[in-house]
Design a protein around this ligand. Structure first.
Ligand code: ATP
Length: 292
């Protein structure tokens, strides 16, 4: 962030006019693109060994900016969940680098990584992953008490505020077994967003929901990006979500659709990938929604 005084100083440069007077002259406007909040560089990941080895990521590079909702789409098995896991610090790549909020994710030690994830990242998965014994309110409170050391009072206030925003105030006392699928997903999202994360990762967050509930979820994720400035990355098969997105990235067979072959882009290919045909095709970002 440039301090305001320096920014204004750049915009209006004082310069001598005549011998003893100063005049303000407007400098040419500078349009600043925000730095990426998340950056993947030449990411490779495979599973298994020998004949059963499958290559899930074959040199993927992409930048994701703060304040934007990004979708990651592509056919089943194209590597979407693997890419999300590698970018979010959950799965170590075979090769390549991930930068997040100016830090090099895969060079952190385990404890440092844990703290980084706790402080800055939130995850939303298909299966909700709620604690069966806790009420909706307690699912959110626990994140604040254990993650941020909030007092019981503050945790309750913040949990109730978020449950209210999710339309769940009257369900705060219910346990997961007593909630519908849509309610459980909204609680899971509330739990992810209550700590104001800078990076939000969601894997198929609407797949188990009808469109009414799905819309609520995508609206919340959109608000999280646009109003709170978070980088939100969502893996989805649902084409209805594209109209909400700032950018849509398409994966096909472990490569982003525009990806130049890593070998062609000049960086060394990991040896175990040398035999693969890694040709890029098409534009990388298939859709950019300029209205947002
Ligand atoms: N834990 C694993 N063990 C072995 N192979 C895996 C594992 N996870 C993913 N793969 C393989 O990696 C490839 C990419 O899988 P991934 O789950 O990332 O794809 P996807 O695009 O998210 O698929 P879907 O849309 O069906 O969820 C697939 O061929 C898959 O079989």
């Amino acid at each position: 962030m440039i301090p305001l005084s320096r920014y204004l100083g750049r915009l209006f440069r004082a310069e001598p006019h005549g011998s003893d007077r100063l005049a303000l002259r407007a400098a040419p406007a500078v349009v600043c693109k925000p730095e990426p909040a998340l950056k993947g560089e030449e990411l490779f990941r495979s599973f298994g060994t020998g004949d059963t080895r499958s290559y899930a990521l074959k040199g993927v590079s992409a930048d994701f900016r703060p304040g934007e909702l990004n979708l990651l789409m592509g056919p089943s098995g194209s590597g979407k969940s693997t890419l999300l896991a590698v970018l979010s610090g959950l799965l170590r790549p075979d090769a390549g680098a991930v930068g997040a909020l100016g830090r090099s994710v895969w060079q952190m030690g385990e404890d440092e990584m844990e703290r980084f994830r706790l402080r800055h990242c939130s995850y939303i998965f298909q299966g909700y992953n709620l604690f069966p014994a806790l009420t909706a309110r307690e699912q959110l409170e626990i994140v604040l008490k254990w993650g941020e050391g909030c007092s019981a009072r503050e945790a309750r206030d913040r949990a109730d505020r978020v449950l209210g925003q999710l339309g769940l105030s009257r369900k705060a006392h219910l346990r997961p077994a007593e909630m519908s699928g849509g309610e459980k997903q909204r609680v899971a999202i509330g739990r992810a967003l209550v700590k104001n994360p800078a990076l939000v990762f969601a894997d198929e967050p609407t797949s188990a929901l009808d469109w009414e509930n799905g819309q609520q979820v995508i609206n919340l994720l959109t608000e999280t990006a646009r109003e709170r400035g978070a980088m939100v990355l969502v893996v989805t098969h649902d084409p209805r979500l594209t109209s909400y997105a700032d950018r849509v990235f398409e994966l096909a067979d472990g490569q982003l659709e525009s990806e130049a072959a890593p070998a062609a882009s000049g960086s060394g290919l990991p040896r175990e990938y040398e035999h693969l045909p890694l040709a890029g095709h098409g534009p990388r970002v298939r859709l950019y929604n300029p209205d947002h």
